[in-house]
Design a binder for this molecule. Structure first.
Ligand code: CA
Length: 374
């Protein structure tokens, strides 16, 4: 296991779904920082799904406490209760199962081999916890704060970024503008919008879906329509749409970028270590590229991800305002890993870079106007 990805799941999770199980059915070795404090949940995997669920329902999963972290044996899944608003890990599990599966599900996830962490809770406690867990490579959030620009939430997201990781935020769908509410407006975050399968931006008025769209300004796109693990149908699958799925997908793909990069330079670990998400083994440091100095900075990772995104087919002057750098897909992840190890040059995206700089400045100014101290 060489990568990890977290989603702020804001609902329960179908923890038994096959998407979260290890390939060999064995439990994984957890990060030392957390392994002793987790509550381990044993699952009678030999039984059928319904019998397993019935057995697990009797455990503490239904009566969790704030600050508690569960590990489901035989899976790659951790569930953390970030605040007192959630106590039942299994309840109302549609949104949480969908987002967690798109981040790290075995067949539908961006990082199919990663340790997956579902964080149940509101901001800012959810992001404050992620900021402390430096073994988490990348994290996404598909919630919003109805109170608007909240300084504490943005500060927690900033702390994740300052520690070297990228926080990914759903850009919101047609009915929510997360440019004006936390934490999606944070200048430290990478905002993820929705892209249709042909790579075109899911814009208002498209014939495919005139109702749901992601016309809000964003930095990069993930797929808008997705196959997801279902919550109430055993090991079944469902369909999800919205940027709630796009954000964990891009976070998962970013964890995959890190995994590919680590494999390339002989790094057996994951998370931030000695101030870097990737630590090349002795004699394996690339001669060129962002890792040639031996340290991967969050800005370097962001540059690789954004510049590796595929520009939408509708490319035109000024398109950044709608679709950002474009679609970050599995092929983009492979290219981004090659950029990090100096095997591929960073593609020039001068026009997008200029527009992105303006967008970040506007987000920074919005928080300053609101009295936040950064
Ligand atoms: Ca560097």
């Amino acid at each position: 296991m060489h990568a990890s990805v977290a989603v702020v799941a804001e609902s329960g999770v179908n923890v038994l779904h096959r998407e979260f199980r290890t390939k060999d059915g064995r439990s994984v070795q957890l990060p030392a920082a957390i392994s002793r404090s987790v509550t381990r949940i044993r699952v009678p995997w030999a039984l059928g799904y319904d019998e397993q669920l019935a057995a697990v329902n009797k455990t503490s999963l239904r009566h969790g406490r704030a600050g508690q972290t569960f590990y489901i044996e035989g899976t790659r899944l951790l569930v953390h209760l970030a605040d007192g608003n959630y106590s039942d890990v299994l309840a109302d599990a549609v949104h949480g199962t969908g987002t967690a599966s798109l981040a790290g599900g075995r067949t539908v996830g961006g990082a199919p081999d990663a340790l997956v962490v579902a964080v149940l809770g509101y901001q800012p406690p959810s992001w404050q916890w992620v900021a402390q867990q430096t073994w988490i490579d990348a994290a996404s959030d598909s919630t919003f704060n109805a109170l608007g620009l909240v300084c504490d939430s943005a500060a927690a997201v900033q702390a994740v970024r300052s520690s070297g990781r990228l926080p990914f935020m759903a850009a919101g769908n047609s009915y929510i503008d997360t440019t004006v509410i936390s934490p999606g407006a944070s200048p430290a975050a990478v905002r993820v919008g929705g892209v249709e399968e042909d790579g075109a931006s899911a814009m208002p008025g498209t014939a495919k879906d005139p109702t749901f769209w992601s016309g809000r300004a964003y930095d990069v796109g993930g797929l808008f329509y997705n196959r997801i693990a279902s919550s109430g149908n055993g090991d079944g699958y469902g369909q999800g749409d919205g940027t709630s799925g796009s954000a964990p997908q891009v976070a998962g793909l970013t964890a995959r970028v890190l995994q590919l990069t680590r494999e390339s330079v002989g790094d057996p670990g994951y998370g931030v270590r000695r101030g870097s998400l990737v630590l090349p083994a002795a004699g394996r440091r690339p001669m060129a590229g962002p890792l040639s100095d031996g340290v991967l900075a969050a800005d370097e990772l962001q540059d690789a991800v954004l510049h590796a995104a595929a520009p939408a087919l509708s490319a035109a002057a000024g398109r950044y305002a709608i679709e950002g750098y474009g679609w970050f897909n599995p092929g983009s992840a492979t290219n981004a890993a090659q950029i990090l190890t100096g095997r591929r040059a960073l593609p020039p995206r001068l026009e997008d870079d200029a527009a992105h700089t303006v967008a970040i400045a506007a987000r920074t100014a919005a928080y300053a106007t609101n009295g936040c101290g950064f």
